[in-house]
Design a protein around this ligand. Structure first.
Ligand code: NAP
Ligand code: F7E
Length: 369
């Protein structure tokens, strides 16, 4: 009799487990990380609810391969609208919420400082408030995509969770508010609220205005004879560039821990924009010869002598971060996270994806800022 009862209990529990996968909400699902995270969570058997903002032209390109998955749902929403956020959280009743929604372009944040604060800073506050008032705050785990831009004019390097913050852009300042308010709700209300201090991470899905993708697209076009010259801003700045697929795994790992905490996610290697350019051209067999200095610097194709890289001062920023360099030792130790993709591999993945995009005519025309 006792054995029968245990068997029945086992069957009920396992049926429930099979029948109800974990539910996750992703704010910012249409972006680079949103797409990779949705894909990753679906592979982990989650039910994924992506929040898509209304735009005049489609923002679903990065998700087209997922829309037929029966565990993937898209809802309209916007982090500037708290009643919408509260409604979605009540309706979906998620186990985990990932906030990737942001005006994520640092240069644009200088022109749209108030808007950037509203989305990146207050957007995070709105989600936290909605969780707190949902009546289910203890059961929901929250992830905030914080940024290495918060370190800004860093006093020391590499930067860890203990490093001093000195943001250098309206974007960085807004992200710092979001970072602290996440920590504050954790400490004030005992919420499972975490941040990942994410250093730059790139991929073939990276927005075309960010420097890595701008370079790999231009290299692909120059290689295929569709373009002649790549114009850039400051090529001396150095970034700690990783692969986005590795970084979304860290987001998920963060929410699987026993206790909420914040983690730096970085490769620990820093490379200049100039090195990125050289490596990308190397992938298509072109060596660069640099000539001149400052805004007069040019890069020539070492074989043909043609100028293929030039400087355009319009890409310089009012304030710049010279170097970012992260120390992800805590994430490695606690989350068992590791970066699996080298700088050279990342550049190769992006250049060859862009060559394919252009050859297959899947590279949509878009104005480059
Ligand atoms: P991304 O490609 O620019 O994606 C941003 C996402 O936010 C998009 O889905 C965008 O929608 C959405 N969004 C913008 N405004 C919104 C609003 N008002 N309401 C709802 N959604 C809104 O950025 P990403 O590279 O994937 O980065 C993901 C997150 O990580 C961002 O918060 C970013 O700031 C942060 N982060 C990124 C990096 C990095 O190197 N990639 C490093 C540190 C931190 P649309 O598609 O409609 O524009
Ligand atoms: O610039 C320099 C530029 O726009 C990288 C976002 O995901 O990472 C990203 O922000 C560097 C800057 O990324 C051009 O001045 C030179 O120093 O690719 P980016 P970002 O500003 O580092 C952080 C961690 C985030 O959180 C952000 O959301 O490259 N640079 N020439 C250029 N940058 C651009 N965009 N275009 C150029 O022509």
């Amino acid at each position: 009799m006792k054995q029968k009862r245990s068997l029945l209990l086992f069957l009920i529990v396992s049926t429930c487990l099979i029948a109800s996968p974990k539910k996750a909400i992703i704010f910012g699902v249409t972006g680079q990380d949103g797409s990779y995270l949705a894909e990753f969570l679906l592979e982990q058997n989650y039910e994924v609810h992506g929040i898509r903002r209304r735009t005049s032209s489609s923002n679903m390109q990065r998700l087209s391969h997922l829309t037929k998955n029966e565990r993937f749902f898209i809802h309209h929403g916007d982090v500037s609208d708290i009643s919408n956020i509260a409604f979605l959280i009540k309706e979906i009743n998620p186990d985990e919420i990932y906030n990737l929604a942001a005006q994520s372009n640092v240069q644009v944040s200088f022109d749209t400082a108030e808007y950037t604060a509203n989305i990146n800073a207050l957007g995070t506050l709105r989600i936290l408030e909605a969780i707190l008032k949902s009546g289910n705050a203890k059961a929901i785990r929250f992830y905030q995509a914080s940024s290495s831009e918060m370190f800004g004019k860093a006093q020391e390097g590499p930067q860890s969770e203990q490093s001093h913050f000195h943001p250098r852009s309206p974007y960085g300042v807004a992200k710092l508010y979001a970072h602290w308010i996440t920590k504050n709700y954790r400490e004030s209300y005992n919420m499972f609220a975490c941040s990942g201090i994410l250093f730059n991470h790139e991929s073939p899905l990276r927005g075309k205005n960010f420097v890595t993708r701008k370079i790999t697209r231009a290299v692909a076009k120059i290689h295929l004879g569709e373009d002649k010259i790549l114009s850039l801003g400051n090529m001396d700045v150095r970034r700690d560039w990783g692969y986005a697929k590795d970084y979304v795994k860290a987001m998920w790992l963060t929410l699987q821990q026993d206790a909420p905490d914040d983690y730096v996610i970085a490769t620990g290697e820093s490379h200049s924009v100039r090195e990125f350019v050289e490596q990308a051209f190397q992938e298509v067999g072109i060596s660069i010869q640099w000539e001149g200095t400052g805004v007069d610097e040019v890069g020539r194709n070492a074989t043909t002598g043609k100028i293929i890289v030039a400087i355009d001062p319009k890409y310089f920023r009012p304030a710049e971060i010279a170097t970012t360099h992260g120390d992800a030792a805590k994430a490695k130790r606690v989350l068992c996270w590791k970066n699996t993709t080298s700088f050279k591999e990342l550049v190769a993945i992006m250049v060859h994806a862009d060559i394919q995009n252009i050859q297959n005519k899947t590279d949509k025309k878009e104005v480059i800022q």
